[in-house]
Design a protein around this ligand. Structure first.
Ligand code: 5AD
Ligand code: SF4
Length: 450
């Protein structure tokens, strides 16, 4: 066994990440685990010894992308038989056996099994396909210092909870990521101090439902508002963000903490999913449309100009024309700066898949989705246009995709601003005046403080 391990040392590893920000953070954890065992990160897929796809199962099309990718990788493997291909993440957990049947796949690991990846890679070398999809309720990857490999080295994610206990009826996440658990305060502070020493400028605290963060010791209970204040205090020069909040759990304490702490960004992502109480109940979201709007009002009152975004999807089981209109009305009432909009996709194994009929025809789902997108695009444009003439501090993240002469960054409200580069440096905060707006972007110019 030792001999096999030695023969596999110094392998080049290439990871592709799909889906949510949680997967981005997990890929970094995986890279840290593998690097500690003498693997090396490789940016070019053609040069890799091991290719890992970190997958998402939230919607059917996310999984379809992986099947398409695997068909491509099959060709790569024909040319180089030594390449090993592994699937990790939610899809790995959900359908490990089906994945192992694919010609290209050598190993599969679920979200709680990443400490065993080296063993899996080694065993897969014996021409055997292997998998580990065990859940471990205690696994928070404590002690693993993620190696942040993101391109700009300006902002990064720090996961604070794993898993989810909410069981929204449409959602696969509780089944793929298991029960919710919180990382220890010490572990989180250790990681953010490393990020500080690496000169990061912004961190985003991540969890499926950050508001249920709870870390208890014999003499204290650290909840999410306490945690975020502690993080903000430890990193006074960094911008602190967080995602995702569940509307039923977002507390006044958190809203006040955001308002009162200068380096916690004034932006809240608060997924609403639907505007209809009937649908919210069928989704098991545990709040009503009225309660959601009350939380939004509270946020708007306590944090004026708070950036607001949401997730919403149409076409859930039983969604009538009236239910859908209530979703459109909610978008109109709140006027989110931006929204991630989807159509319902049945996920096998969920409560909805077992108990409800997927009764909104595909064409109607598509029609409704387009209507939601059209409405939200006009709202985003209106919100952005209102910002013309205002000044915003922008954390410079990089060069604009469209022109080398322009740079881009974000306001604390999470609006993207593009502006002529004007000797600005990546990682600095510059003041910009907004001169033009589209639904997705603000165009600005740098304002020099006199
Ligand atoms: N179908 C469509 N959208 C879904 N989401 C989660 N599950 C589904 C599903 N089965 C959306 C929700 C969630 C976001 C991450 O993905 O809006 O907030
Ligand atoms: Fe899924 Fe609901 Fe948990 Fe979000 S809160 S991950 S939508 S079950």
């Amino acid at each position: 066994m030792q001999f096999i391990y030695n023969s596999l040392m110094n392998q080049k590893i290439y990871i592709e990440t799909y889906g949510c920000q949680m997967n981005v953070a997990d890929s970094e954890t995986v890279m840290a685990i593998l690097k500690s065992k003498d693997f090396f990160a490789e940016q070019n897929i053609e040069n890799a010894d091991v290719i890992i796809l970190n997958t998402c199962s939230v919607r059917e099309n996310a999984e379809q992308r992986i099947w398409n990718r695997l068909d491509f990788l099959k060709g790569l493997k024909k040319r180089n038989k030594k390449i090993k291909i592994g699937i990790i993440g939610c899809m790995a957990q959900r359908i490990s056996e089906k994945l192992l049947e694919h010609e290209a796949v050598d190993f599969v690991a679920g979200p709680d099994s990443y400490r065993f990846l080296v063993d899996l890679i080694n065993e897969a070398d014996l021409h055997t396909k292997v998998s580990n999809t065990n859940f471990d309720i205690n696994e928070t990857y404590s002690g693993i210092e993620s190696i942040k490999e993101n391109k700009n080295k300006i902002s990064c994610f720090v996961s604070i909870t794993r898993g989810c206990n909410n069981f929204c009826t449409y959602c696969i996440v509780p089944y793929t990521r298991g029960r919710e658990r919180s990382r220890s305060l010490e572990d989180i502070l250790h990681e953010i101090n490393i990020l500080k020493s690496l000169n990061y400028k912004e961190i985003t605290l991540l969890g499926q439902n950050v508001n249920s963060y709870l870390y208890s010791t014999s003499n204290q209970d650290i909840n999410f508002p306490k945690l975020i204040c502690k993080v903000a205090e430890t990193l006074p020069d960094l911008r602190i963000r967080f995602t995702t909040s569940h509307p039923k759990d977002i507390s006044n304490d958190l809203i006040y903490a955001i308002a009162e702490t200068p380096n916690i960004c004034n932006h809240i992502h608060l997924p609403v999913q639907s505007g209809s109480n009937k649908i919210l109940d069928l989704m098991n979201r545990k709040y009503t449309h009225e309660l959601y709007l009350e939380r939004i009002e509270k946020i708007k009152t306590i944090i004026p100009n708070c950036g607001l975004s949401t997730d919403m999807f149409c076409g859930f089981s039983n969604e009538s024309e009236q239910d859908f209109l209530e979703s459109l009305n909610l978008l109109k009432t709140v006027e989110f700066d931006s929204a991630f909009l989807f159509k319902y996709s049945v996920r096998e194994g969920t409560y909805a898949a077992k108990n409800f009929i997927d009764d909104v025809p595909e064409e109607l789902k598509m029609e409704r989705l387009n209507e939601m997108i059209k409405l939200q695009t006009s709202i985003s444009l209106k919100k952005n246009t209102e910002k013309i003439g205002e000044n915003f501090d922008v954390l410079v993240e990089g060069f604009s995709k469209r022109s080398e002469n322009d740079m881009f960054g974000r306001t604390e409200h999470n609006n993207v601003v593009v502006f002529p580069k004007n000797n600005c440096k990546i990682g600095t905060i510059v003041k910009t005046k907004i001169i033009e707006a589209t639904s997705a972007t603000l165009l600005g110019k740098v304002v020099i403080d006199k």
